[in-house]
Design a protein around this ligand. Structure first.
Ligand code: MN
Length: 253
């Protein structure tokens, strides 16, 4: 069994290398290029996500057929709205000044607060990011620029990254999120968190700047996809806004 795993890992690496070579760039040249990219480092204390819901930039029905209108409406107006409201209530009860405390600072010390704070601060932040990383009309099916270079450096190819990210989303047991994270040691990694935890929390094993996250709670897909979470994940890629994601990546790290 162990040998089989090693074998398939080797095949996987070979396939990735072949794809890179096919693109006309050697893997070595690419990684030295990516190492020379100047990134200033993410400052979580300056995280500017507001404590209240931002209006959606698109209508509920515009992500169809990937995400149906009813799911979007209930998700935004009920689930996400409740996280925002409960976050406000928890902040009032636990003396967090939302005018002077960046959400990133609260998440970085969330272990000092109640479970209600942890669940709703995470729930609010995660959904605010999730809505922004989707668009009815994506201008690209994959990133370009620095984000693309670092994905190829760290995963060998965009295809290998996409497959590994999808696997993390499929295999997150129960409710939670799968993430692409840029770590403090300047690497892109894929992982997942339970419930509404996220990589900005001090309680999270997976830590760093969240580049993208996919909501794999049943409320995000069950009306249309029922038990078929993998089908939802496959369809979700069609509405990912790589343009926004790469601009946010370059602006923050
Ligand atoms: Mn959700």
């Amino acid at each position: 069994m162990k040998n089989d795993n090693n074998e398939s890992r080797r095949d996987f690496i070979k396939t990735g290398a072949k794809a890179t070579l096919a693109a006309g760039i050697s893997a070595t040249a690419l990684s030295s290029f990516a190492e020379n990219i100047k990134l200033t480092g993410y400052n979580q204390q300056k995280e500017t996500t507001p404590y209240t819901q931002t209006p959606l930039a698109y209508n509920y029905n515009t992500l169809e057929p990937s995400i149906d209108a009813t799911t979007m409406e209930i998700h935004y107006t009920k689930h996400a709205a409740a996280y925002a409201k409960n976050l406000g209530d928890a902040c009032a009860a636990e003396n967090v000044n939302t005018q002077t405390t960046p959400l990133g600072t609260l998440l970085a010390s969330v272990s000092k607060y109640s479970t209600k704070m942890r669940n709703n601060a995470g729930g609010h932040y995660n959904h605010e990011l999730f809505w922004k990383t989707m668009t009815p009309q994506p201008s690209a099916t994959m990133p370009s620029g620095k984000l693309s270079d670092i994905i190829i450096r760290d995963f060998n190819s965009f295809g290998a990254f996409k497959s590994q990210f999808s696997d993390a989303a499929k295999t997150r047991f129960g409710s939670g999120w799968a993430w692409l994270v840029y770590t403090n040691d300047k690497k892109l990694v894929i992982g997942s968190t339970p419930n509404q935890d996220n990589p900005l929390m001090d309680v999270s094993d997976l830590k760093g700047f969240p580049v993208i996250g996919i909501d794999v709670w049943e409320h995000a897909y069950y009306l249309k996809y029922q038990n078929k979470r993998p089908d939802y994940i496959t369809a979700w890629w069609n509405v990912v806004d790589w343009n926004f994601i790469q601009q946010r990546f370059e602006a923050n790290i």
